[in-house]
Design a protein around this ligand. Structure first.
Ligand code: TXA
Ligand code: MG
Length: 337
């Protein structure tokens, strides 16, 4: 299959290009599109054959449910039932934005979207291209991240091309995504809301709306798609937690050991430590004091190391506050912890 690449400027959206992409969704095809978090691989959520093609293109196991993307808050009531008041409060505050809500599924959605679960994950992305694509398609769009299963999520169209060229109908190139890590997945079907996946909306911000939140630790697989080794580059990732001198020393020790074994080694460092590892290959992602930059660059840097044939990445961990929780979750998974 020839994949069409269509460039759309998010500041000046060309409606005829959006309509062309929406037509592909309507006839059961696959379109990769930008959201504020990462690129998604979309299909008509109400067309089971089209949704099946997503799993095939990504090599994704069928027991890993998809997020359904909508362009109007009210559509939540078509896809879900018994929607609690908390959900409405959360959507008022955080939608459009990187928050996915897990709710009781209504009958209308095909089972393949939710991997047979009686719950459905829904979000309204904060990206004008995504929103107009959904609107013009006149349906809800089921979309996982537009990467091959297990690879780091794509944050620009080149990443999507690298993984899916020739396997899908179209890729909309809408530039680099703003947030860089996926949405926070919050389950509202239990008595106490629980975070199944930390992401773009921090737990601190969620607590402004809901008092009590549980965080599911990744030692238990709670969200069906939360396989321990996920978001992985081809290189082996070793995560070094902590901060300051002690962290730098640990990174240097590990790096020297692998270097002496003849491995192609790279260090993934926070900006504050960028000049500490002169004798090694270092990539800096962003400062620990502004994790938005760090999050936005994380997946790109992991993919860059891969392109350069790096065998081992020694990665500096960051503090687990705000976006740091999502970043550390992705680094731990990349490390296969
Ligand atoms: O930011 C994002 O969320 C991106 C963009 C494209 O929207 N999407 C994304 O989708 O990251 P995906 O498929 O890569 O991750 C969706 C996560 C998976 O861990 C999946 O298991 C979980 O959401 N999920 C989906 N439906 C669920 C459900 N009904 N119950 C529990 N977890 C669910
Ligand atoms: Mg994914």
């Amino acid at each position: 299959m020839k994949t069409k690449i269509l460039e759309i400027n998010s500041n000046n959206i060309n409606l005829s290009k959006i309509k062309e992409s929406a037509r592909i969704i309507k006839v059961g095809g696959l379109v990769a599109f930008p959201t504020e978090t990462v690129y998604g691989l979309g299909a008509d959520a109400f067309n089971p054959q089209a949704v099946a093609k997503i799993f095939e293109a990504k090599n994704r196991p069928l027991d890993d449910p998809l997020i359904v993307h909508i362009s109007e808050r009210e559509e939540i009531f078509k896809l879900a039932k018994d929607v609690p008041d908390t959900a409405v409060e959360l959507t008022d505050k955080f939608w459009p934005g990187p928050l996915t809500l897990v709710l009781r599924k209504s009958k209308s959605l095909p089972d393949i979207v939710t991997a047979g679960l009686d719950t459905v994950a829904i979000r309204m992305p904060a990206n004008e291209i995504a929103l107009s694509l959904i609107k013009e398609s006149r349906t809800a769009i089921a979309a996982p991240s537009a990467n091959l299963f297990g690879r780091p999520s794509p944050v620009n169209s080149q990443h999507v091309i690298d993984d899916l060229d020739g396997k899908i109908d179209m890729i909309i190139d809408g530039g680099k995504t703003r947030v860089g890590v996926e949405s926070t997945v919050l389950d509202l079907t239990q008595n106490i809301p629980s975070i199944l996946r930390p992401g773009g909306v921090s737990i601190e911000r969620l607590k402004e709306v809901i008092e009590e939140i549980k965080i599911c630790k990744s030692d238990k697989i709670l969200s069906p798609g939360m396989y321990p080794r996920h978001y992985s580059p081809k290189a082996k990732v070793m995560l070094v937690e902590g901060n300051g001198k002690i962290q730098v020393e640990k990174v240097k020790n590990l790096a020297s050991r692998f270097n002496s074994q003849g491995c192609s080694l790279g260090i993934l460092a926070k900006e504050e430590h960028s000049n500490k590892y002169d004798s090694f290959k270092v990539k800096t992602i962003g400062p620990e004091k502004d994790l938005t930059i760090y999050a936005a660059n994380l997946f790109s840097v992991l993919r860059e190391f891969d392109k350069e044939g790096t065998d081992i990445i020694v990665a500096e961990g960051v503090k687990e506050e705000g976006l740091g929780l999502a970043i550390m979750d992705r680094l731990r998974k990349a490390a296969g912890e």
